[in-house]
Write a protein that binds this ligand. Sequence first.
Ligand SMILES: NC(=O)c1ccc[n+]([C@@H]2O[C@H](COP(=O)([O-])OP(=O)(O)OC[C@H]3O[C@@H](n4cnc5c(N)ncnc54)[C@H](O)[C@@H]3O)[C@@H](O)[C@H]2O)c1
Ligand SMILES: [Fe+2]
Length: 382
Amino acid sequence: MSAPTANWSYPTAIKFGPGRVKELADHCKAAGITKPLLVTDKALASLPITAQALDILDAAGLGRAVFSQVDPNPNETNMEDGLKVYRAGGHDGVVCFGGGSALDLGKMIALMVDQPVSVWDLEDIGDWWTRANPDTIAPIIAVPTTAGTGSEVGRAGVLTNSATHKKKIIFHPKLLPVVTICDPELTVGMPAFITAGTGMDALAHCLEAFCSPHYHPMSQGIALEGMRLVFENLPKAYATPTDIEARAHMMSAAAMGAVAFQKGLGAIHSLSHPVGAVYGTHHGTTNACVMPMVLDFNRDAIEEKITQAAAYLGIAGGFEGFKARVESLRTELGIPANLTAMGVKAEDLDMLTDMALEDPSCGGNPVEMTRENTRALFEACM
Ligand SMILES: NC(=O)c1ccc[n+]([C@@H]2O[C@H](COP(=O)([O-])OP(=O)(O)OC[C@H]3O[C@@H](n4cnc5c(N)ncnc54)[C@H](O)[C@@H]3O)[C@@H](O)[C@H]2O)c1
Ligand SMILES: [Fe+2]
């Protein structure tokens, strides 16, 4: 099988397949966007894939501009700078082009063009999103260049509050892109450690959704098949960056992870969010680092489910076999085996524990997270 090409409409319109970025201008026009602001990050802005996307917009006569002041783990200053460019340029839509950082920041710009409330009032808590004026949210087209976060099919963006160093999940139903272009050729140039970390983020989404106790059989099925795609294709994409078929399957797995995690996330993400916010570590790499320890932490609640998953995935040895597979994948991908190796300091563990317990991902963890067991989990990760 070569890399698949397909048009999907779940959960939004997904134009999937190699080379499909060429359709970018057509989709802008169809969405009523005549003057897109392309939001990307500083490193991507100088790469040929970004020049190619801009050429496509230029050839169609769309009056585009670029905003690339996007940090990894983007913050509200990036958003405010982007909003100034958006408003000054009279733009009428956002093309989010990049990894999760650029996608999320582009979504925040689209959301906050003209809102009566602060972005922090739109955190993914209860019905806070109803505080926003939906009519001023700009249309979003997403073009992922990593295969991990799934932000391209999600209705949330992660924004770091640079004053408090807390990562906040900002939610609105209209943050779902009107069209997503999943072109695996765009992911070929990712640095190897980003291929590894983003791919493990997709696995973390599928695994945590699968283990979450909430009732959502549709997500359960998607999460299981998403895990299969990661186990089979991430080592191939890492070893042979030009393997377009493996890259395509990883793009599917990333989107599936984000679809699945409406069922819930868990301790992997609630630990990883504060670590990323405080130390600036890569999100997916941090998730992968703590994944085996979180499996142990949740063992009593998930052993049966993981044993079923292992059988489907062709992994021998039930829970232990599954955990060993995660550990060997982590080693194969060159991901640190503990948080100490990622720069986390023992003296920060109390603060990180407090922050983890505030993270909304805690709510989806199959074992209740308390101050005592979360602190012990952090220690086990060091
Ligand atoms: N919205 C969501 O649902 C969601 C889910 C998970 C994570 N996130 C967030 O997404 C962010 C992480 O996103 P990410 O893991 O995609 O990393 P990223 O967007 O921070 O990108 C990592 C690095 O890879 C580079 N890069 C990206 N694509 C490239 C390519 N094709 N070629 C060469 N270099 C490339 C970027 O320039 C950057 O330096 C975090 O802020 C995380 O919290 C959001
Ligand atoms: Fe994630």
